[in-house]
Design a protein around this ligand. Structure first.
Ligand SMILES: [Zn+2]
Length: 156
């Protein structure tokens, strides 16, 4: 699977949102939900520290906003574009929203649920399966995470 030009444009926006998360002390992860025409329907950045909410991952925030703006929990025809491979919770949220497609940046070998540790999005035991495009702008997404954690370690 290869990313479309619309995916790449959406990923640019997700990377900006990741930077905004880092500026507030959250792990830099950004996400957008785009419709079939590439229009952004919802945006999110990791807000876990900012809101003290363990579920406020960028993907969940973006899915909630997209559902609000579209007036439906059912996000058929939309794509989630996120800078980091979704975790188990976020992959679960993608299934709940019936998204047909996920595009992500950096792989997450320790917690990824879209092909690294788990493959929740393409588990044949589940009724809904998702097309996954991973490693899009991977270098840029990884560099942000690396820089964030490098600074944290220096501060210890
Ligand atoms: Zn997550």
């Amino acid at each position: 699977m290869i990313p479309t030009p619309l995916d790449l444009t959406a990923m640019r926006r997700a990377l900006v949102l990741a930077d905004a998360a880092a500026a507030e002390g959250d792990v830099p992860v950004g996400a957008v939900v785009v419709d079939a025409s590439g229009t952004i329907r919802g945006e999110g950045r990791n807000l876990r520290e900012a809101t003290h909410d363990p579920t406020a991952h960028a993907e969940v925030v973006a899915l909630r906003r997209a559902a609000e703006s579209l007036g439906s929990w059912h996000l058929a025809g939309c794509t989630l574009v996120v800078t980091l491979e979704p975790c188990i919770m976020c992959a679960g949220a993608v299934l709940q929203a019936r998204l047909p497609r996920v595009v992500f940046g950096a792989w997450d070998a320790k917690a990824g649920a879209a092909g690294s540790m788990y493959d929740v999005l393409r588990d044949r035991r589940l009724p809904h399966r998702v097309e996954v495009v991973g490693g899009v702008a991977e270098g840029e997404a990884s560099a942000r995470l690396q820089a964030f954690f490098d600074v944290r370690r220096d501060g210890d």
